[in-house]
Design a protein around this ligand. Sequence first.
Ligand SMILES: NC(=O)C1=CN([C@@H]2O[C@H](COP(=O)(O)OP(=O)(O)OC[C@H]3O[C@@H](n4cnc5c(N)ncnc54)[C@H](OP(=O)(O)O)[C@@H]3O)[C@@H](O)[C@H]2O)C=CC1
Ligand SMILES: N[C@@H](CC=O)C(=O)O
Length: 430
Amino acid sequence: MEKDVSIGLLGLGVVGSGVIKIVEDHQEELQHQLGRGVKVEKVLVRDIEKARQIEIDHRLLTTNCEDVLANPDIDVVVEVMGGVENARKYILEALQAKKHVVTANKDLIALHGPELEETARQNGCDLFYEASVGGGIPLLRGLSDGLVSDRIQQVMGIVNGTTNYILTKMAKEGQSYEDALQKAQELGFAEADPTADVEGLDAARKMVILARLSFFTNVELEDVEVEGISKLSLTDIEYGKKLDLTMKLIGFANRHNNQIEVSVQPTFLSKSHPLASVNDEYNAVYVNGEAVGETMFYGPGAGSLPTATAVMSDVVEAIKNMLLGVNGKKFVKPRFEKELTPSDKRFSQFYLRLHVKDEIGAFASISDLFNRLDISFERILQTPSEKGFAEIIVVTHKTSLENFQNAMKKLDELQVIDTVESYFRVEGDA
Ligand SMILES: NC(=O)C1=CN([C@@H]2O[C@H](COP(=O)(O)OP(=O)(O)OC[C@H]3O[C@@H](n4cnc5c(N)ncnc54)[C@H](OP(=O)(O)O)[C@@H]3O)[C@@H](O)[C@H]2O)C=CC1
Ligand SMILES: N[C@@H](CC=O)C(=O)O
């Protein structure tokens, strides 16, 4: 009987508890795959006395990181504590001590991925982070193994479970933004500070990771245009329904002739778009490759056991590599200089809601202005005038972002417009 492989955990929250549960409940599967068991040797926490979601032998818990990082029995360190600075320090220490590292920490990988990968390479160690994007969906492995021979042109998807949960509850059950967010926190989907979820930063970090893996370019967080959902109004969601459009927070990573665009923005999808029916905490990511065509990855994007499944898939890969003696070989090697797509080469449809003073005169002025800029309307909604004010909602045909932004500047000069209430990107059928 071979000796069990020992792993050490940094963190025992939502994801860490899931890892413990899978190690306990799926020992037969692990034995079958590896020819030996996996055992948890030590777990770093902040507070040993805290009530836990799982039962655990308290002798495994420690508040001293060296009990994991300098423990000679531990071969694989699993970082599921979150945050950036401590996590970075501990992972560097683990790699320098020749331990393989698995992390679910997208904040850290988006900010310091290249540095950590280089340290892992120099030390002949694996550094895997499947759980950092798409929760339980085997997405990174899909890109880096399954589609490895292809040239990826577009990655577009729902990569944040919390915001998708909130938008689903608002649209389908009329729940308020605040109630839906609170429930997402209770269910363990949201980050410790949910601002990162609702302001789109969590999705932006994931898009950085996806863009690096897909385009072999050193995309940084500051290259991503980010807008979250915290200022969305139910009014737009309701108008969207009338126009057969569904609101989702979408991450885009597009490549045109080696220029790339990476963004995260609330987007109206036509009802027939496959991403429009992805609900609750589920994530789905479209990947369009030159040879493979369109593929879609779908599954639970957050939560204890789904995320822990992705973590454990990395643990198993690191152990298999150990048994074969081939750790430290799998990294993202940048190939292309980064060049961002200018706004005159970025095309989409747009939804625009305006509060106007004089319904009839306003519509004539708006359509005249848009016509002059060569922007035509696909759909128009007008609400009846109330106390001299009305709302006009239009969905444009495809136009460049530059052209649309010009139109927005010029709209401000029209006397008949009271306020530009909102505008969003619109994506039609996939
Ligand atoms: N929740 C989810 O669905 C998903 C989470 N992730 C990522 O996984 C990671 C973990 O998330 P999650 O499990 O939700 O986080 P939690 O907040 O639930 O758990 C964090 C754990 O780490 C411990 N911890 C935090 N900081 C320290 C520190 N400085 N020293 C020692 N222990 C520390 C905490 O200890 P104590 O319990 O004592 O307070 C806690 O056990 C994050 O990077 C997150 O972004 C990725 C995908 C999905
Ligand atoms: N807060 C994140 C958790 C997983 O990455 C999300 O909601 O997607």
